[in-house]
Write a protein that binds this ligand. Structure first.
Ligand code: BG6
Length: 468
């Protein structure tokens, strides 16, 4: 196979603050929505209190990143570490921590690629404003991003405003929609989503204003949907599933307005968000420089007509929801699923990269892609994760194909650099190249152990992409 990766390709790996840092209330950090939710599930799985203990072990972890050969590290800054109550005073200790991390990365020639908000809204904004439902949360976020650009923008030139807004907004827990009555849920969700788009636009413009040479863009949870049959309505349903789960958001980031089908859905279901007169200008003026793509799996959809019992726009389920009048999610009999249910499909990655590049003509970087599985620490003190090696190898080949197709892909950052706290399975489900020696309810010694996939990925980076 011919190697199409450019010489300066950004080989990297990813993480997010609440999933690795721990130190959840140390040095002045405030509680976040991610902390709060993890505490609700503490009996069943690990929570954010210690996570992978990166806060105390970042030096060791960054030296592992160096050893791995990473050119970039995609990580997030915890808003509540910088501004503990979301819109009040800046916490100098928080700024100090990220300064140390950024400086050490640069000393090791690793480019910091920073996400400003990865599912961890400061919890205090929930009490004050019900989070994103209120316009004041937009102002709070803009202020936070300005603090980050001013404090770190002399060294950090690459930013993602948020992680997977399009997925986050579908999950009640992430949007802290506990007290919202069921009949109000979709209206509130649409308002929160809209406010996050305005916040995204303001943060994009602030980056261009404050960071010299700064590049910024969204990180989306990608959706690639196959039609369940070649019936025209199934093909339309598959397209609408892509549209409703990702493309409407990308259109909003890149063009500053909802596409027609989305406006129609909002209007017909009576949940159109309240807009401010100045928003149109804000949304239209913000121009992302890149798109960060998170890719785990593909979906299959068939047409789902509305019924008397389920009128137009009725939604079933959270993440992979069905939408009456549009689409229903089906299983793909041609793909194998991982132990935790995601259907593994490297070709889907090639397709989705082509799709986004052709739609938006912006440089793309993969900021998440990985296999979440239980890993066994064997008697030889190692982790033989051949399954992860196969997975990564096939997805890297798909990237190589996409580049050959003409896609401007400038980086690949699998999830995750080290084992992280998985949202629904704690440390039972692992993603890292480095094993973190702890269980959900037993912290053990938190030692770092390189998995077989670490050595594999190290060789990939050394060979700039394709090695056997
Ligand atoms: C992505 C998120 O959607 O999925 C990550 O950005 C998350 O934060 C990853 O960890 C895997 O999901 P899970 O549920 O296994 O943690």
């Amino acid at each position: 196979m011919k190697n199409h990766f450019p010489e300066d390709f950004w080989w990297g790996a990813s993480s997010s603050a609440f999933q690795i840092e721990g130190a959840w209330d140390e040095d002045g950090k405030g509680m976040t929505v991610a902390d709060y939710n993890s505490f609700q599930k503490s009996e069943a799985q690990a929570d954010t209190k210690v996570a992978s203990d990166f806060y105390h072990r970042y030096e060791e972890d960054i030296s592992l990143m160096k050893e791995l050969g990473m050119k970039t590290y995609r990580f997030s800054i915890s808003w509540a570490r910088i501004i503990p109550d979301g819109d009040g005073k800046v916490n100098e200790k928080g700024v100090e921590f990220y300064n140390k991390v950024i400086d050490l990365l640069l000393e090791n020639e690793i480019i910091p690629f920073v996400t400003l908000y990865h599912f961890d809204l400061p919890f205090s904004l929930v009490g004050k404003y019900n989070g994103w439902e209120d316009r004041r949360c937009v102002d709070a976020f803009e202020q936070f991003t300005r603090v980050c650009y001013k404090e770190f923008g002399d060294r950090v030139k690459h930013w993602q405003v948020n992680n997977e807004q399009n997925l986050m907004v579908r999950v009640n827990e992430r949007m802290n929609m506990y007290a919202v009555p069921a009949e109000e849920a979709e209206r509130v969700r649409a308002q929160m989503d809209y406010h996050m788009f305005v916040a995204h636009a303001l943060a994009t413009n602030a980056c261009h204003e404050l960071v010299e040479g700064g590049k910024v863009g969204p990180a989306v949870s990608s959706t690639m949907t196959y039609p369940a049959s070649n019936k025209p309505m199934d093909i339309w349903a598959a397209k609408m599933n892509d549209n409703f789960k990702t493309n409407y958001a990308l259109d909003m980031y890149c063009y500053g307005d909802y596409p027609g089908y989305y406006k129609e859905y909002l209007e017909k279901t009576g949940i159109s968000p309240v807009r401010q007169p100045e928003d149109e200008e804000i949304l239209k003026s913000a121009k992302p420089d890149l798109i960060a793509v998170n890719y785990y799996r593909t979906l299959v959809a068939s047409y789902l007509p509305e019924t008397e019992e389920h009128p137009f726009g009725t939604k079933i389920n959270e993440i992979d929801f069905d939408l009456y009048g549009y689409f229903k999610i089906e299983k793909n009999p041609h793909l194998q699923a991982s132990e935790y249910g995601a259907q593994i499909d490297p070709m889907g990655l090639r397709l989705v990269l082509n799709e986004y590049y052709n739609r938006y003509r912006l440089p793309l970087i993969i900021t998440e892609n990985g296999l979440g599985t239980p890993d066994a620490l064997t008697e030889d003190g190692k982790i033989h994760d051949d399954y992860r090696i196969d997975y990564i190898k096939e997805h890297i080949a798909a990237c190589n194909d996409a580049i050959a197709d003409g896609v401007e892909l400038f980086g690949y950052c699998p999830w995750a650099v080290i084992d992280i706290l998985s949202s629904h399975q704690g440390f039972k489900k692992r993603y890292g190249f480095v094993y973190v020696n702890r269980e959900d309810h037993d912290l053990k010694d938190l030692a770092r152990i390189k998995k077989d996939s670490f050595y594999f990925y190290q060789k990939v980076i050394e060979d700039n992409g394709l090695s056997d």
